[in-house]
Design a protein around this ligand. Structure first.
Ligand SMILES: [Zn+2]
Length: 92
């Protein structure tokens, strides 16, 4: 199975899962049942959210121009509790 992307002129893009090599040039839109034409996009990036796209772009940029930091980024420290099994161990 492969995911093919179609574009309906009224409803926008949608994905269809079909067997490899069986995708027709036009497919019925699931919303309006009109003919939607097949479109070609980069594989794996069809449904990337803006956040994921920004992170991917930042990661790509770090290859040539990595960000330099002078200290550890501030973050919320999670208090560490000892594992419950440790309380059952024999004490000296
Ligand atoms: Zn439609």
């Amino acid at each position: 199975m492969a995911t093919y992307e179609y574009l309906c002129s009224r409803c926008g893009p949608f994905d269809v899962k079909l067997a490899i090599g069986t995708a027709p040039k036009a497919y019925g839109c699931p919303v309006c049942a009109g003919a939607a034409r097949r479109v070609y996009t980069s594989p794996g990036f069809t449904s990337a959210s803006p956040t994921v796209a920004a992170l991917h772009e930042r990661e790509e940029r770090s290859r040539d121009a990595p960000a330099v930091v002078s200290e550890v980024p501030p973050g919320r420290r999670v208090p560490r509790r000892p594992h419950p099994a440790l309380s059952r161990l024999p004490r000296p």
